[in-house]
Design a protein around this ligand. Structure first.
Ligand code: NDP
Length: 247
């Protein structure tokens, strides 16, 4: 991220951006931050109450009216993702940005101790749902003048580490999906595809992974928004195929 990058107040004006996992943690902050910079955000998550809270905060702050779509990414059903794209096209008419942020941690165990159900759930939410979301939304993204797809990685998606099991494997797959899609769209001047590793951030997921850690020793989601804004801002239009660190 260029050191001198400072998002303009209206950096994302006129853009429509889907954020998965917008109900909590980093996705919630990204949705609030995108809206504060002028974007119409589509909030996707499971927890309707938490989605409504984010919706209300955006409205109260005077941001563009968002859309909230309760959706369970653990469903193994391509038709549901096709319907999701239909709803977005019908309600919003376009899509300029896609932040694939939702994921689950799963069990923190050695591979040989990991439960098959847990492995499957983690790969479904963290990998398969991203493929289905991207696949169903590519036609809309192709129509955008400048579209940005941002995947969410992790340190354990670059170097494997004991007891990070399916989660680590899912993040390697995420980095791989980003590279494949970036390569496929390399000659498509209007679509860029990148990845962000947020780094240790004080969210429910981090607190679950490190219960003994003092939560406030890590930055809050609001503290790491600069790189998220940069990748959705047209100033990053020449960046594709990169894996960024938010910290
Ligand atoms: P949180 O657990 O705080 O939030 C996860 C979000 O994903 C929630 O909004 C949750 O929605 C959503 N989600 C989970 N499962 C589903 C599902 N089946 N369907 C729909 N939505 C779902 O996580 P973080 O904010 O910490 O993490 C965000 C991203 O950053 C993740 O990809 C994570 O792997 C990555 N990351 C985080 C780090 C950290 O230190 N926090 C470090 C490195 C990477 P709901 O509440 O509605 O279920």
């Amino acid at each position: 991220i260029p050191q001198d990058y400072q998002p303009a107040a209206n950096a994302l004006q006129g853009k429509t951006i889907l954020v998965t996992g917008a109900s909590d943690g980093i996705g919630r902050s990204a949705a609030l931050s995108f809206a504060a910079h002028g974007a119409t955000v589509i909030l996707l998550g499971r927890d309707v109450k938490k989605l409504e809270e984010v919706y209300d905060l955006i409205e109260a702050a005077g941001g563009p009216q968002p859309a909230a779509i309760p959706f369970d990414l653990s469903q193994d059903n391509e038709e549901a993702f096709i319907e999701l794209a239909r709803v977005i096209e019908a309600q919003l008419g376009k899509l300029d940005g896609l932040l694939l942020n939702a994921s689950i941690l799963g069990q923190r165990r050695a591979l040989e101790q990991s439960a098959w159900n847990d492995w499957r759930d983690v790969l479904q939410v963290n990998v398969h749902s991203q493929f289905l979301t991207v696949k169903s939304l590519m036609p809309l993204l192709r129509e955008a003048p400048k579209a940005s797809v941002v995947f969410t990685s992790s340190g354990v998606g670059r170097t494997g580490r004991a007891y990070w099991g399916a989660y680590a494997v899912s993040k390697f797959a995420t980095e791989g999906m980003m590279q494949v899609l970036a390569s496929e769209t390399e000659n498509t001047s209007n679509i860029r595809v990148n990845c962000i590793n947020p780094g240790a951030t004080n969210t429910a997921m981090r607190r679950a992974a490190y219960p003994a850690e003092e939560p406030s020793s890590n930055p809050s989601p609001q503290d790491i928004m600069r790189s998220y804004l940069y990748l959705m801002d047209d100033c990053s239009e020449d960046k594709t195929g990169y894996s960024f660190n938010a910290q």
